[in-house]
Design a protein. Structure first.
Length: 118
């Protein structure tokens, strides 16, 4: 069973950068689709970016295009989300998700908090 642990959140000012990591254990990450979601206070969880099993299949929410980059390192069993030019509206809890395409089973991490002040 896939287990995910996020890290790298923190507090930054507008225009700052953070790089989130999500380390997987229990299974090899290479066979899973991966994604980052976020949830702002009192708002629904929303998808930020996703990456298919093939590294050439990436998608970004319009609000983060050009600023965020999703990547995976299968050798380290780790997912990354590099976030640049952060804005206060990027504030929230960020979660990584792994999706087993064969069973459609989703696995979630516990989240890491990002706070961006103006």
């Amino acid at each position: 069973q896939l287990q995910l642990v996020e890290s790298g959140g923190g507090s930054v000012h507008s225009g700052g950068s953070l790089k989130l990591s999500c380390v997987a254990s229990g299974s090899a990450l290479g066979g899973y689709g991966i994604a980052w979601f976020r949830q702002a206070p009192e708002k629904e969880r929303e998808a930020v970016s996703c990456l298919g099993v093939g590294a050439d299949s990436t998608h970004y929410a319009d609000s983060v295009k050009g600023r965020f980059t999703i990547s995976r390192d299968n050798a380290k069993n780790t997912i990354y989300l590099e976030m640049n030019d952060l804005k206060p509206e990027d504030t929230g809890d960020y979660y990584c998700k792994g999706l087993d395409g064969a069973t459609q089973t989703a696995y979630w991490g516990q989240g890491t908090r990002v706070t961006v002040s103006s």
